[in-house]
Ligand binder design. Structure first.
Ligand code: IPE
Ligand code: IPE
Ligand code: MG
Length: 252
C-alpha cells in the first residue's frame, strides 16, 4: 500500500490550505503572441512564474506542488518548439536544482522517460537523488506525462507484480501510479482560459476542486495564486456526503 489511499474510498481531513496543488501552466504562446514575440519567449517568461509559485508554496507551507510542463500530446507541436522546450527543461534542471535543494525542496519528475536521451534521463535521476532526503515542499514536474499512460502503466506494473491475480482493485492500483508518494491534489488550477484537463492527472483529480482562470501563465503571479487559494477556501468538499454531514463533522 502507498502512504495515501484513494480519496474516493476515504474522506480526507479538511484543511483551509490545500496540501497538494496541481497546475496546468497554459497560455505561454498567447502571452507571447499578444506582444508580437515568438511563442518560445512565452515559455521563457513562464519559467519565471514557476520560480515565483515554488517560492510562494515554500513560504505558505504547501506540501505538494505538481506542474504540467510537457504533455504526451505536446510532441505534436512544431519540431523547433519541442526542441526549445526540451532545452529549456534541461537548462532549468541544471540551473535550479541547487537552489531547490537549498530551499529543502524534494524534486520529482513524473511521466514516461523512455523517449528522452540518456543525458536527460541521467540529469533527471541525479536531480531527484540529490533532493530525495529533503523535508520541505515536494515539487513534481510532469514531462511527457499523460493521465492515460499513468493508469495503463500502473496496471501493467501491478500485473507484473501479481501474475497470479485476475482482478484489480482501486486500492491495489494506487501504489503503482506515478504519484503514489503524494495525497491526491486538493486544488487543480488551469491558467490560460481553457476549461479542460488535457490528459493530466486523470485518476488523481477524481475529487480535486477545479479552478480555471483566464490569466495567462506568464502573468500568473503571487496575487493570482492567492485568488485561487481564496476560491478553494470557499468550497465545501463533501466527498459524496450531504452538507449537513460535513458541518457536523467539522464541529466535532
Ligand atoms: C503552455 O502554454 C506550455 C506548454 C504546453 C509547454 P502553451 O504553449 O500551450 O500556450 P498557448 O496555449 O499556445 O497560449
Ligand atoms: C497542456 O497544455 C499541457 C501543458 C500545459 C504542459 P496544452 O496547451 O498543450 O493543452 P491543449 O492541447 O490545448 O488542451
Ligand atoms: Mg496551450
Amino acid at each position: 500500500m502507498g502512504l495515501f489511499s484513494s480519496s474516493t474510498k476515504q474522506v480526507p481531513d479538511h484543511h483551509d490550505l490545500p496540501q497538494h496543488v496541481a497546475v496546468i501552466m497554459d497560455g505561454n504562446g498567447r502571452w507571447a503572441k499578444k506582444r508580437f514575440l515568438p511563442r518560445v519567449a512565452g515559455h521563457q517568461r513562464g519559467l519565471e512564474s514557476v520560480r515565483q509559485l515554488v517560492k510562494t508554496c515554500v513560504k505558505r507551507d504547501i506540501q505538494f506542488l505538481t506542474l504540467f510542463a510537457f504533455s504526451s500530446e505536446n510532441w505534436r507541436r512544431p519540431p523547433d518548439e519541442v526542441t526549445f522546450l526540451m532545452g529549456l527543461f534541461l537548462e532549468a534542471l541544471d540551473r535550479e536544482v541547487n537552489k531547490l535543494h537549498e530551499a529543502n525542496v524534494v524534486l520529482k519528475l513524473i511521466g514516461d522517460r523512455a523517449p528522452f536521451n540518456s543525458t536527460l534521463q541521467e540529469k533527471m535521476l541525479e536531480a531527484e537523488q540529490k533532493t530525495v532526503a529533503n523535508t520541505g515542499l515536494t515539487l513534481s514536474i510532469a514531462v511527457n506525462y499523460g493521465g492515460r499512460w499513468d493508469i495503463v502503466n500502473a496496471v501493467n506494473q501491478w500485473q507484473l507484480a501479481h501474475p497470479d491475480q485476475a482482478l484489480l482493485t482501486e486500492n491495489a492500483l494506487t501504489p503503482y501510479l506515478s504519484m503514489a508518494y503524494a495525497p491526491e491534489p486538493d486544488l487543480f488550477i488551469r491558467t490560460g482560459g481553457e476549461t479542460r484537463i488535457s490528459n493530466f492527472l486523470l485518476w488523481q483529480l477524481a475529487y480535486a476542486e477545479l479552478y480555471f482562470t483566464p490569466t495567462l501563465w506568464p502573468d500568473f503571479d503571487a496575487a493570482a495564486f492567492e485568488e485561487a487559494l481564496s476560491s478553494y477556501r470557499q468550497r465545501e468538499r463533501r466527498f459524496g456526503r450531504t452538507s449537513e454531514q460535513v458541518s457536523a463533522d467539522h464541529s466535532v
